[in-house]
Design a protein around this ligand. Structure first.
Ligand code: TMP
Ligand code: ASP
Length: 236
């Protein structure tokens, strides 16, 4: 399958049309941003890690009954995915307090929750992705009630599958962000990516951060963290 024309360039990926109107090719970049693009940088090799890891995890999820956009990995940075229209919600699941949750509620990072939490942000950089609840999303016509219910169920299923998977690799899945899309017939599928850009990963024993927080917080060892996660998942 060949790229025909660039349809879109995001902060971390480019999307190209193909000869099949229902399929697009995603190309992962090494560019990294944080804080709505205010902080910019490059994480060498990130595109390869995120492409390969996301594809691998989506295939695990498919085996566990979660529909995803994944079709075929073309090479280290490029993947064929189903064309979707993205539901403009960032769906965040948390197992352990960290990041904006810890800040918003004035608690330390590392509190293990009895039950995972879910929250939505409106995917809108100009408004800084404001937190919203399901009623707000429905009121604004971003998704229907039925779609929200399906997205919630899928997101919690993703959490239970991936939490268990990463624990076997001695990694705590602290929290993560998902995006969902609609196929032409309206079917909701998991889209975007699942990677160290979109998840918080802490080493099970040392709590060392193995994700993009190393970039966001200038902790150093950014590339090493991505490489380490690649080793844990693929053993190479
Ligand atoms: P937060 O604690 O900053 O709200 O982030 C929660 C999770 O979502 C964390 O795993 C990082 C991920 N995330 C993204 O993937 N994209 C974003 O723009 C933000 C703010 C967070
Ligand atoms: N999506 C954020 C940005 O706008 C990056 C992040 O914090 O993950 O740059």
């Amino acid at each position: 399958m060949q790229k025909i024309e660039q349809l879109y360039e995001g902060k971390a990926k480019k999307v190209y049309s193909t000869e099949d109107e229902n399929l697009v090719i995603v190309s992962y970049k090494d560019d990294a941003t944080a804080f709505d693009g205010l902080k910019k940088g490059t994480i060498s090799g990130k595109g390869v890690v995120n492409n390969r890891m996301s594809n691998f995890l989506m295939q695990i999820l498919e085996k566990n009954g979660v529909k995803t956009h994944f079709v075929e990995e073309l090479n280290d940075r490029e993947t064929v995915v189903k064309k979707v229209s993205i539901v403009p919600l960032e769906v965040i699941i948390r197992n352990i307090s960290a990041g904006s949750f810890a800040k918003r509620f004035g608690v330390e990072e590392g509190i293990v929750f009895e039950e995972p939490t879910i929250e939505f942000s409106y995917k809108n950089d100009d408004l800084h992705d404001p937190l919203m609840n399901a009623y707000h999303a429905i009121a604004l016509g971003l998704a229907t009630r039925e779609e929200i219910e399906e997205i919630k169920a899928m997101a919690f299923k993703v959490n239970s599958v991936l939490k268990e998977y990463f624990l076997k690799l001695n990694v705590k899945l602290v929290d993560f962000k998902l995006e969902f899309g609609r196929l032409a017939d309206g079917t909701i599928v998991l889209a975007d990516e699942i990677s160290p850009d979109t998840c918080r990963f802490w080493d099970k024993v040392t709590n060392e951060k193995l994700d993009k927080d190393r970039f966001r917080r200038d902790l150093g060892g950014v590339e090493d963290a991505y490489t380490e996660m690649m080793h844990r998942v693929f053993g190479d």
